[in-house]
Design a protein around this ligand. Structure first.
Ligand code: PMP
Length: 393
């Protein structure tokens, strides 16, 4: 008799054969630019902790105090026993940062996207989504049951043509985009998307996961940087990257947030964000506002490394630096084997920068992310190592 589960091993074999197999590695100690992996110190070029807040003493103390005051768990969903005044304070702080009327926090960014998209549109409606959007936006779109049309990455001509052809056949319309694209590092043309949304009566949901705390004069994100603060936008983000905690948020109008509290299943039917995570995120939002120098230092690192990599890998080289406007810098490799080999060689030289491969991205690449607390010597070691490897491509 064949096993009902036999296909799993066959699938795993295929994944191995394609060079797509992945597994996790335990990382010891506090987050920072130097990490401990299997007893070795490695330079960390793969963290989303852009402002180096996940190991910040102020966040740690805020979390410890919250645990001592409220315990470890929220004990229920927000509408039942899971709501604390800390949640109110965090939601107010996020709304202040984003300059929106209100905000709502979810237990993760992924859940924020699932619940929000599924509440805003349904099978009579239509979604237009950038082809490189994050998995959580794609999953939310599927869950909603709306018709889904993908437009070419950041291509406003394609989006306009699709809107012109399809929009009128549906009731509500929602455009979805990452602001900073997580696996490419480039930034969506937010003002142009909003102009098309006005023209075709569409809602816009932007995912500020990698922009919150990093982009914009006050760290509010790419919407602020694009000069679009105050426009009617559904602004989603995470508490888990530059804010050093865990959870997701949606910021927008008072009625949008009130509606989500009553309709978003991934907020209503899940346990409230834990006291520790909530308090840590609240401390982080305060730091984002009061310490712009953290952001300035991060951007200095980005500018320096970008210039070095552009020189090391000119346009004709087999390895290409993708155009980027964020602390995410991607070197596209000729193939998956080279990507894996490069990542292994980097690791041998004391640098942690995993290869990102299909199906996560269309082309294999080394994805480098920068942190405020990287030192110039860290970046120099990375550039020198990449230089020495580049002879072998
Ligand atoms: N959106 C984007 C663009 C992301 O990169 C991520 C996390 N990788 C998420 C959403 C999900 O956020 P979280 O990790 O808080 O679930």
């Amino acid at each position: 008799m064949t096993s009902a589960y036999g296909w799993i091993d066959r699938s795993l074999k295929t994944i191995h054969k394609a060079g797509w197999h992945r597994s996790e590695q335990a990382i010891a100690g506090l987050p920072g630019p130097v990490m401990q992996v299997q007893g070795r110190s490695l330079l960390n070029f793969s963290s989303n902790d852009y402002l180096s807040l996940a190991g910040d003493e102020r966040l740690i103390q805020a979390a410890v105090q919250a645990v001592q005051t409220y315990g470890t768990g929220s004990t229920g969903s927000r509408l039942v026993t899971g709501h604390r005044d800390l949640h109110d304070q965090l939601e107010q702080a996020i709304a202040d940062l984003k300059q929106t009327e209100d905000a709502i926090v979810f237990s993760s960014g992924y859940l924020a996207n699932l619940g929000t998209i599924a509440s805003l549109v349904s099978p009579r409606d239509v979604i237009f989504t950038d082809q490189y959007n994050h998995s959580s936006l794609r999953s939310g779109a599927k869950l909603s049951g709306a018709a889904i049309f993908e437009y070419r990455h950041c291509d406003m001509v394609d989006l306009q043509q699709q809107l012109s052809k399809m929009r009128s056949q549906y009731q509500r319309c929602l455009i979805l985009t990452d602001t900073v694209f997580s696996m490419d590092g480039d930034v969506a043309p937010i003002a142009e998307i909003l102009a098309l949304a006005d023209r075709y009566e569409a809602m816009v949901l932007v995912d500020e996961a990698h922009a919150t705390g990093v982009l914009g004069a006050s760290g509010a994100g790419a919407v602020e940087q694009a000069g679009c603060t105050g426009r009617p936008i559904v602004q989603m983000g995470t508490l888990s990257k530059a804010l050093g905690s865990l959870g997701g948020y949606v910021a927008g109008s008072r009625s949008l947030v009130d509606f989500l509290r009553n309709r978003a299943p991934s907020w209503i039917y899940t346990t409230g964000l834990s006291p520790a995570d909530t308090a840590a995120a609240l401390a982080a939002v305060k730091i984002v506002r009061s310490e712009p120098q953290r952001r300035e230092q991060l951007w200095q690192q980005v500018t320096w490394l970008k210039t070095q990599l552009q020189t090391a890998f000119p346009a004709i080289a087999p390895v290409k630096l993708l155009p980027t406007d964020s602390p995410i810098l991607c070197l596209v490799m000729p193939d998956v084997t080279t990507a894996l080999h490069t990542s292994q060689q980097l690791q041998a030289a004391g640098i942690f920068a995993p290869a990102i491969r299909p199906p996560t991205v269309p082309t294999s690449r080394i994805r480098l992310t920068l942190m405020t607390t990287h030192e110039r010597s860290h970046l120099q070691h990375l550039v020198r190592t990449l230089h020495s490897l580049s002879d072998r491509y």
